[in-house]
Design a protein around this ligand. Structure first.
Ligand SMILES: Cc1cc2nc3c(=O)[nH]c(=O)nc-3n(C[C@H](O)[C@H](O)[C@H](O)COP(=O)(O)OP(=O)(O)OC[C@H]3O[C@@H](n4cnc5c(N)ncnc54)[C@H](O)[C@@H]3O)c2cc1C
Length: 360
């Protein structure tokens, strides 16, 4: 039997996960990304919380929960990959909603508990105004997203994938039977299947074969501090301020994990946000802001992932999502299975692209 060849367009966390899982399953993989540097576009600008919580409907919760389980295995088999299972402390909801939320999520098997002020202070001793009640989810974690992409791509290459940086997909190549490959500046690259995993740029690529995928890309601003000594133990989700500490000691924060609306003066927005960070954490009072970044979150209009084949377009698969850091292992693994075996895992069923597609 000839080896199946799959082209992955996009080398952010989603494309990297597809490449890794496909090549592991014996597929010949070519990943191309228009950027010369590895890491993605939205991916390096992410807060990178790995979680299943946050008010999600059950099918989406289940997909995220599965992804968390896969991350736990991935950091053991992908060289250099490190997930910090530091846990999350969250109290950015009114008390009654917080209680209902913890009750619902724990009834679904999520390790999340209500904690009082004393316990919250033990979990995060440096909060200047610790909560009197909070939700604590010890199994939540975080990856440094750019590093995770580098590790996944290196592992994919090590297994035989070809990763082409600085190669742009100009359009998809189609004939009467379906998608045949990708047009690049050097001509058409042919494949049995093409996966469009180009984040916020995915609709432009799909449009070249008449597929109109609606997608929002709201901006989110995150501030970072200069490196500091250890101030936080895990992820902190306070009202209007989500903050965590990175391995180099720097703090990274937004008014929520998806970043702050930058407004007309992003610099002023960043300064205001940073003032709140300094006020929130004992020991951060004299920290300097190192900078801020604005990322655009690829967000389908109903807020959940778009993953699957496109009806009437043989050889075309798409994967675009918000929460891509959390979801990448699940989407990559289950997507690879679908491409290879034509078998759609029940976890993916609600997230097919056809629910959103219109065709010209
Ligand atoms: C501020 C912010 C905070 C976030 N917080 C979280 C969080 O806490 N937890 C979480 O799970 N998620 C979070 N997200 C969302 C997450 O970062 C994204 O869902 C994820 O990074 C999307 O990955 P991607 O690979 O689809 O896209 P990208 O990282 O954007 O990668 C797409 C790639 O496609 C390439 N490309 C585009 N067009 C072409 C073309 N024509 N030819 C070739 N290559 C092309 C680009 O160069 C890019 O490398 C956050 C996002 C932002 C912006």
């Amino acid at each position: 039997m000839t080896q199946k060849h799959v082209i992955v367009v996009g080398g952010g966390i989603i494309g990297a996960s597809f490449a890794y899982h496909l090549v592991k399953s014996g597929v010949r993989v070519t990943l191309l990304d228009e950027a010369k540097e590895r890491g993605g576009v939205a991916t390096p600008k992410s807060w990178a919380w790995i979680n299943a919580s946050w008010g999600n409907a059950e099918p989406y919760f289940r997909l995220r929960q599965y992804a968390m389980k896969l991350w736990q295995g991935l950091d053991k088999v992908v060289p250099g990959l490190q997930v910090n299972w530091c846990g999350g402390l969250l109290w950015d909801l009114p008390e009654d909603e917080l209680k209902a939320y913890v009750k619902q999520q724990s009834s679904w098997g999520y390790d999340i508990k209500l904690v009082g002020g004393q316990k919250a202070r033990r979990i995060e001793p440096n909060l200047t105004e610790p909560p009197e009640i909070a939700a604590h989810a010890p199994e939540e974690g975080v990856v440094e997203p750019e590093h995770a992409v580098t590790c996944l791509l290196a592992a994919a290459e090590q297994k035989g994938a070809q990763v082409l940086s600085g190669v742009r997909a100009i359009r998809l190549a189609e004939d009467g039977e379906g998608i045949k490959g990708v047009m690049t500046d050097d001509g058409v690259l042919e494949a049995d299947d093409v996966i469009v995993a180009a984040g916020a740029a995915s609709p432009q690529i799909l449009k070249t074969v008449g597929v109109a995928l609606p997608l929002d890309a709201p901006p989110g601003l995150l501030v970072t501090s200069e490196p500091a000594p250890e101030l936080l133990q895990g992820l902190v989700m306070a009202p209007e301020l989500h903050v965590r500490q990175r391995p180099d000691g720097s703090l990274i924060a937004g008014s929520d994990f998806g970043g702050t609306e930058p407004g007309s003066d992003p610099e002023a927005t960043a300064e205001q946000l940073f003032t709140k960070v300094k006020a929130m954490i004992r020991g951060a009072e004299n920290l300097k802001m190192a900078g801020f970044a604005i990322g655009h979150r690829p967000t389908p209009p109903d807020g959940v992932s778009v993953v699957g084949r496109i009806m009437g377009k043989t050889g075309l698969y798409v994967c675009v999502t918000h929460s891509g850091i959390t979801l990448a292992p699940a989407l990559g693994e289950l997507g690879a299975l679908e491409i290879l075996e034509d078998e759609r895992d029940p976890l993916l069923k609600p997230f097919g692209p056809d629910r959103l597609l219109a065709r010209k």
